[in-house]
Design a protein around this ligand. Structure first.
Ligand code: 3PG
Length: 406
């Protein structure tokens, strides 16, 4: 392996910065954690670090979003799984946080507040630049070792992900290691046809993935859902109505790239033929041809589901990421649930990514029937589509630099 793991270092009495990705689905009204799979995934690494002084850093959502909240609830959840030794501090790089970090004892875990409260953590830049941030300059001197277990954020080149690795020994945590191994195995011999089911709202992240997996021939078919599908329907010339088009406004600079993909891969990029909307409190199926409509599209329609199910049934590999509808609202969870059921029933090797869909698979009791449930969404897709993961590159660079010295 080109990167080091917890097996390669002595953690006894070391002060460790443990980067987790415990960015979880939150009910924005109550602040309640809706699915804690990413928090549970941290436990094997924490157990491995029992003889160290551990400081946990993670982000939750992005500034300006409804679910951009403090990590206090996350720390409590971690305590439920890991015990009383988990503490929380409502600070990240200030004097209060640094004092608490110095006081952490062997066997204790201190959770810092949402790292993205620091503006510098929201910058995407190369490690050489991020290592100069105040964020890294304030925190790095307090640590002996960097453990990156934030696989789900491995596609981000942000200070806490790539900065520490420039300055100290850096190793992959248990989740990072497990994910990389499982996805490597998926890449080694993908059974054909290889079908991707992509949904969600992160249109900007998905365009390069589509370009890569279609361009390399890795994906035989891509079934689109969620806001991503609406964006491609719009790019294909369908008018969806003012309320639906309003949701796409932020992505218009990507329209040309979407149009090019549609032209080049007409037969492999599959768009919904119908969408579900809410009318008089009920879910109603509307053919794409019936748009523009005043009602907001919230799921793929039933005809689309029948066709997607058929394609999934014949697939050799199915990789799904992002809900195909507004999963949190009951009548519109249908699409995502049906896709997961079709995957569980198929003989294909199946991979599910992202907090929402992975969580849904667990809630539906399908965990044993899915080949691999990844804690990552964008990170998983980036890796499978051949993009370099900045987190992994940083770990490799640190391994080259620190091998033999740890
Ligand atoms: C995710 O959920 O994909 C990761 O936590 C990364 O979050 P981000 O897309 O806000 O960087």
């Amino acid at each position: 392996m080109e990167y080091l793991t917890l097996n390669d270092v002595d953690t006894e009495d070391k002060t460790v910065f443990l980067r987790l990705d415990i960015n979880v689905p939150i009910n924005p009204e109550t602040g309640q954690i809706l699915n804690d799979a990413r928090i549970r995934a941290a436990v094997p690494t924490l157990k491995n670090l029992k003889n160290a002084r551990v400081v946990v850093g993670s982000h939750q959502s992005r500034p300006g979003k409804d679910d951009f909240i403090s990590l206090q609830a996350h720390a409590l959840a971690l305590r439920k799984y890991f015990g009383w030794r988990v503490k929380f501090i409502d600070d990240v790089i200030g004097p209060k946080a640094r004092e608490e970090i110095r006081k952490v004892e062997k066997g204790e875990v201190l959770v810092l507040d949402n790292l993205r409260l620091c503006s510098e953590e929201n910058i995407e830049a190369p490690p050489e630049k991020l290592v100069k941030t105040i964020f890294i300059r304030r925190l790095a001197p307090l640590f002996d070792l960097f453990v990156n277990d934030a696989f789900a954020a491995a596609h981000r080149s942000q200070a806490s992900i790539v900065g520490f690795a420039e300055l100290m020994p850096a190793v992959a945590g248990k989740t990072m290691e497990r994910e990389l191994k499982a996805l490597e195995a998926t890449l080694e011999k993908p059974k054909r046809p290889c079908v991707y089911v992509l949904g969600g709202i992160k249109v900007a992240d998905r365009i390069p993935v589509l370009e890569n997996v279609l361009g390399s021939g890795e994906a035989d078919k891509i079934l689109l859902g969620g806001l991503l599908a609406e964006f491609f329907l719009y790019a294909a010339g369908h008018r969806l109505g003012q309320k639906n088009e309003e949701k796409l406004k932020g992505f218009l600079p990507l329209l040309d790239r979407a149009k090019k993909l549609l032209e080049a891969y007409k037969d492999r990029l599959i768009l919904p033929s119908d969408l579900a909307v809410l009318e008089n409190g009920e879910r109603v199926e509307k053919r794409v041809k019936e748009f523009p409509l005043n009602s907001v599209a919230q799921d793929i329609g039933v005809d689309t589901l029948v066709s997607y199910r058929g394609i999934i049934k014949k697939a050799g590999t199915v990789i799904a990421d992002g809900p195909v509808g507004v999963f949190e609202k009951e009548p519109f969870s249908l699409g995502t649930r049906e896709i997961l059921e079709a995957m569980a029933e198929s003989n294909a090797f199946t991979v599910v990514g992202g907090g929402h869909v992975g969580g849904a698979a667990e809630l539906m009791g399908l965990k044993e029937k899915i080949g691999h449930i990844s804690t990552g969404g964008g990170a998983m897709l980036a890796y499978l589509s051949g993009q370099k993961l900045p987190a992994l590159e940083a770990l490799k660079k640190a391994a080259r630099r620190f091998k033999g010295k740890t």
